[in-house]
Ligand binder design. Structure first.
Ligand SMILES: Nc1ncnc2c1ncn2[C@@H]1O[C@H](COP(=O)(O)OP(=O)(O)O)[C@@H](O)[C@H]1O
Ligand SMILES: [Mg+2]
Length: 258
């Protein structure tokens, strides 16, 4: 399965809590084409995770809909949408290889075949020698790569990533970005990626969606029709950076003063 098409139409979401209602998203519409790398950026609390959870079918909308390849999302379906979070969430009792193979069990693939697919994924990710290690024996960056490999192993057309490198140091983040780009180019999936990092957004995305401070709306959509790998010091990227930061700064200031 390669790159699915996601259509988010007039989505709104409110959380009702004991201290009152929180309007997390208001009237969000967005179309992400097959094989796009769409980055969602916005101040903290603006509803990025809520949006991703809804695309992944983990949360239902109050209003609006999400349609993937012509079919409405009605609940989680790992065969269509794989997810990666900031916490890699690996099973500590399984090796790296078996963590990657895990999702394939749900697809009814026999054990030997599962392990072959998982091994084929771990090799190019620089984890060949670590296949039989347990999560506690791996570095943070390696664990996150295993989590991403696990998401990629599933034959879904979409991978959603919610700040997958958020817990890593800057140098590791940078290398993980390079690595992800390489993986994405080969996997031909549609990616929706949430980050706080302008650098990551500029290095990776075909399109960047900037959200407003809560209640999250789409403030602007900026296309980045530039080849990879990108030179982040180039004048072209510098002008996109200035544009993005201009949009983001305004919303971040609102959040800071809320
Ligand atoms: N389960 C929940 N119950 C109540 N409020 C929530 C819940 N999840 C998120 N929120 C609130 O909704 C808003 C958006 O949250 P979230 O989607 O996590 O934002 P982001 O990922 O952009 O930081 C925030 O104000 C947050 O506090
Ligand atoms: Mg979040």
């Amino acid at each position: 399965m390669t790159g699915s098409h996601i259509v988010v139409d007039r989505l709104s979401k409110r959380y009702d809590t004991s201290t009152g209602a929180v309007q997390a998203l208001t009237d969000v519409s967005l179309s992400v084409g097959p094989r796009e790398f769409c980055t969602v950026i916005g101040p903290s609390g603006c509803g990025k995770s809520t949006l991703l959870a809804m695309i992944g079918g983990l949360l239902g909308p109050d209003e609006g809909s999400i349609v993937i390849d012509g079919r409405r999302v009605a609940g989680p379906d790992p065969r269509r949408v794989a997810m990666v979070f900031q916490d890699p969430g690996l099973f500590p009792w399984l090796t790296a290889l078996d963590n990657v193979a895990f999702g394939l069990e749900l697809q009814g693939i026999p054990r030997a075949e599962r392990r072959r697919i998982a091994a084929d994924l771990l090799g190019p990710l620089g984890l060949r020698e670590f296949a039989l290690k347990y999560p506690r024996e791996l570095s943070g960056g390696m664990r996150q790569r295993v989590a991403i490999a696990r998401a990629l192993a599933i034959d879904s057309g979409i991978v959603l990533m919610d700040e997958p490198f958020g817990a890593l140091d800057e140098q590791t983040r940078f290398l993980m970005g390079e690595w992800l780009l390489d993986v994405w180019t080969r996997a031909r999936k549609t990616v929706v990626f949430v980050t706080h990092s302008l650098q990551e957004a500029l290095a990776l995305s075909t399109r960047v969606v900037v959200m407003t401070a809560r209640p999250g709306r789409i403030k602007s959509v900026i296309d980045l029709p530039l080849p990879y790998p990108r030179d982040l010091e180039s004048p072209e990227i510098a002008s996109f950076r200035a544009k993005l930061w201009g949009e983001l700064r305004e919303e971040s200031l609102k959040t800071m003063n809320q």
